[in-house]
Design a protein around this ligand. Sequence first.
Ligand code: ZN
Length: 559
Amino acid sequence: MKNHPISICLIALALFFLPLAAQQNDSKFDLLIRGGQIVDGTGNPWFFGDVAVKGDRIVEIGRNISGSATKILDARGLVVAPGFIDMHSHSDRVLFEDGHAQSKIRQGVTTEVVGEGHSAAPYKGKLSPKPVSVKGKTEHLATLGEYLDAVERAGISVNIASYVGLNNLWEGVMGHSFAQPTQEDLEKMKVLMAEAMEDGAFGLSSQLMSPPGLLATTDQVVELCRVVRDYGGIYSSHIRNEGLGVFESVKQAIEIGERGGVPVDIIHIKIADQQYWGRMDEVIALIEKARQRGVNVQANVYPYTRGYNNLASIIPPWAHEGGWDTMISRLKNKEDRKRMKKDILNGVPGWYNHYTAVGGDWSRMMIGDNNEYKGMTMDVVLQKRTEGKNPKPDLMDEMFDLIIEKNNSVGTVYAHHTERDMTLVMSQPWCSIGSDGSAFATEGVLRRGNPHPRNFGTFPRVLGRYVREQNLISLEEAVRKMTSLNAAKIGLRDRGLLKEGMFADIAVFDPDEVIDKSGFTDPFHYSKGITYVVVNGELVLDHEQHTGATPGRALRFNR
Ligand SMILES: [Zn+2]
């Protein structure tokens, strides 16, 4: 530094305001995380060390890093890991309502990968642009680029990466018609696909279980994937059928990857029908065989074995036609009831039947809704309702009556897959963690409904239950499944590892305390044990409290 009057003046001023001013001016680092157990995301064994951040990047990692820092976090006794990448999130649009992503940040999540059947954009062609409120001003988002710009401008605490949903492409060209697209229609979809890739999409996502995704043939999805291939993106798939069609559906996802020339990530992989429980090893074998011949198929999973749906999802599809009022009158009609019972017990081809999926076991269905039965399993509910009645009513009839009585709104938790299948697939090296949940909060606009606990607890549950309590996977492996594995899948090269030069997305947690607190009947509880979260170099969670900071960015593929 040259000695001239102004700098002498500044030095005098700085000395006067010591220590604050001196620290801010001279600090080598903006943030220094000291003395933690570093799990760097590679899967390598942990080591003790410090992590130094300058601006939005990690600039140094090592033992006893010297140099001052504006802020120092004491991480002794804590694990320092890359911020978690939620491989399957539904936060797309809720972040416009509240960008703090509370339930995610408090799990250590710093990046959310969004998009399934639908993505937040594009809404073009036969779809009109979706209105959203960005900082109090209504905007209409037509393209994925516009969505990414808007969500970042809205102010978000997490980073967002997005796929393009097949349904957006399909409906953009076909509208809400169930007709098959012509080749010309398909070409139009490919143009939309390419535009979205140019806008920064990470690939194509689809949900082939219900329309319009259900209408798409393997050949059509392959054609769209070839566009994705040309950009280097991936295909993310909620497969056609997770119940009795699970083997065929996994094969279809593999075929699409193989013929389309793209990597495939199967979303929330599971076997959701009692008849096939215990056969996850066969699903794994299909994936392994494909991998051995060079098809890059992987999967993600959430660490729960239950799904959430209305009790009325037990009623066969034909009875839903015409809406609620019509269904009620059918439920009251003796003949219709008879037919429903028959279909529920025997199934209807192509219909995912929640009743047979749980093996017709009422104890595997639990009321999650806010009524007098909340938290009770259906065997108990039906027992209570039929107690003392003579003759004892048929249990299926009693359930129909309950649906009528509760106005069709009986949120039910279905234990439709098993712990053994779930943990077996979770242990596979290519299986990563995705919540299938979105950002909720215990206060404000995002406290609503009765959400699945995965929205609050996915990542801490893996670390607490499956790493600490059950030793199913090592800490290093679990962190890899939440960080670099997901980054590698979508081609995110500058996040997901603690390494010099990477973006400073960091999660610091207490390995002895970390655990989920959200339950199926009492979901609004944040997880415990996540101490600090840093996003792009800024502290978003400090001593388990959200700082209100919104340093999150919209990530664009290949940029
Ligand atoms: Zn899904």
